[in-house]
Write a new protein. Structure first.
Length: 373
C-alpha cells in the first residue's frame, strides 16, 4: 500500500518521465517545455558570463572541493561529503568545514546539516545560501584547512579547486529535460566543468546500463575521471534498543517512509536487505513532518501489520523532535558510501587540489594513506 504525499513528488516524476498519459498530462508537458527552454537559455548565458570572467568569482584562502550534481533531488551527495571529510581528517589530518545552503532548513529544523554534524563529530557545518559569506563566517570561528562545498556545482561565485559531480545511476540525467519539464538544473554538457564524476547507486542498474552511462559521460568530457560507488546499508537504529546490523531487517515486516530526492532507492535498498515492505509513504524532499503526519504513518503501519516504522537517517531527526514514544518501534537505516571502482584515482585528484594551496610538507604521503586504510 502506498500513501499519497502531501506534495505529490511521485506525480511530477511520472509527468516528467512520460509515464503519466492523458490529455491533461500531455498538455502540462507541452506547457512546461517552452519554460524549460527559457530556463536553458538563462542558465547557458549565466555560465558563459562566469566562463569569460564577466561575472566575478571569489577565491577562498584555502582549497575548496565542491560536491554537486546536475539534477534536483537526491543523487547521494551527502554520503560522499561524509566520506570526503573523513578522508581529509583521518588520512590527511586536515580540518575541513562543510559549506551548505541548508535547503528548506531553519535554525530548528534541518536535515542534511544536522545529519552531517552528527556523523562527522568535529567537522563544522556552516549553513548559508551565500557560500562566500559562509567561508568568512567559518574563518572567524576557527582554523580551516579545506572547504567542502555541498551541492555547489551551480554556485560559481565561489572558485573551487576540484569539482566532483555525482550522478545517480538510476536517473542520471533527470529525464533528459531541464527544469521545470525535467530534473536537470543545467544541460548535460556541464559535465565538462567537472574533473571527476562519481556514479552513485551503481549496483541498482545492470552492468550494460552502467557501461553505457560511463561511455556517455566520457563522450561528453573525455578527460573526466569516472568512479562508481554504492550506498551500503550499515545498521538499523531504534531509540529504545541497541543498533542492529542492516541484515537484521531480513524477513521483518516494515512500513517505510522518507522525504528524500530518490525515495525509490531507499525502498529498493530495504527489499535488497530482505525486508518485507508492507507499505510506504513518500514525502516531498526536505519535507518536515508534523505530529499529525506521524500519527497517520503509525495508523497505516499498524493496519498493514508492520513490525517496524522505518525512515532514513536524514529524516529521523525531524521525527525525533516531535515524539518521545510511539506505539510501534520507530527507527532509521544508516547508509555509508562504498567505492566499487576509482577510489584511489579520486584520492589522487584530491591530493592535487590540496597541493595547489597547502604546502606539501603538511600533506601525508600516499604511503601514509595506505597505512590508514
Amino acid at each position: 500500500m502506498e500513501c499519497k504525499s502531501p506534495v505529490d513528488q511521485k506525480a511530477f516524476h511520472e509527468l516528467a518521465s512520460g509515464k503519466a498519459q492523458g490529455v491533461v498530462s500531455n498538455l502540462l508537458r507541452g506547457l512546461l517545455l517552452p519554460i524549460s527552454q527559457i530556463y536553458k537559455f538563462v542558465t547557458l548565458s549565466r555560465n558563459a558570463l562566469y566562463r569569460h570572467h564577466i561575472l566575478p568569482s571569489y577565491t577562498a584562502p584555502c582549497p575548496v572541493i565542491c560536491i554537486g550534481n546536475l539534477t534536483t533531488g537526491g543523487t547521494g551527495k551527502t554520503p560522499l561529503v561524509a566520506w570526503l571529510c573523513r578522508h581529509l581528517s583521518e588520512n590527511k589530518q586536515l580540518r575541513s568545514v562543510v559549506l551548505t545552503r541548508g535547503y528548506k532548513s531553519s535554525h530548528t529544523q534541518t536535515d542534511e546539516p544536522e545529519m552531517l554534524e552528527k556523523k562527522l563529530g568535529d567537522t563544522r557545518v556552516i549553513v548559508n545560501a551565500n557560500r562566500i559569506e559562509g567561508t568568512r563566517t567559518a574563518i572567524t570561528r576557527g582554523p580551516v584547512d579545506v572547504f567542502v562545498m555541498d551541492d555547489g556545482f551551480q554556485h560559481q561565485r565561489l572558485t573551487r579547486d576540484l569539482d566532483i559531480l555525482t550522478l545517480d545511476a538510476t536517473n542520471p540525467f533527470g529525464y533528459e529535460k531541464l527544469l521545470p519539464a525535467g530534473l536537470l538544473r543545467e544541460p548535460v554538457t556541464a559535465i565538462e566543468r567537472a574533473q571527476c564524476v562519481v556514479i552513485t547507486r551503481s549496483n541498482q542498474i545492470s552492468a550494460q546500463e552502467l557501461k553505457a552511462l560511463k561511455t556517455r559521460v566520457q563522450s561528453i568530457c573525455p578527460s573526466v575521471l569516472v568512479a562508481t560507488t554504492v550506498h551500503s546499508p550499515t545498521a538499523v537504529h531504534c531509540p529504545e534498543s541497541q543498533p542492529q546490523p542492516a541484515s537484521w531487517l531480513n524477513g521483518r515486516s516494515v512500513f517505510a517512509f522518507c522525504g528524500i530526492g530518490n525515495p525509490q532507492a531507499f525502498f529498493t535498498t530495504l527489499e535488497e536487505l530482505g525486508a518485507k515492505v508492507v507499505g510506504n509513504h513518500v514525502f516531498d524532499d526536505h519535507y518536515h513532518c508534523t505530529k499529525a503526519d506521524l500519527d497517520n504513518l503509525l495508523e497505516q503501519a499498524l493496519q498493514n501489520q508492520a513490525e517496524l516504522l522505518l525512515t532514513t537517517e536524514k529524516n529521523y531527526p525531524d521525527i525525533a523532535a516531535i515524539t518521545t514514544h510511539t506505539s510501534l518501534p520507530l527507527g532509521y537505516l544508516t547508509i555509508e558510501l562504498a567505492f566499487e571502482s576509482g577510489e584511489e584515482n579520486v584520492k589522487e585528484l584530491i591530493e592535487k587540489a590540496l597541493a595547489s594551496k597547502i604546502p606539501r610538507s603538511r600533506l601525508p604521503s600516499s604511503a601514509g594513506d595506505d597505512q590508514n586504510k
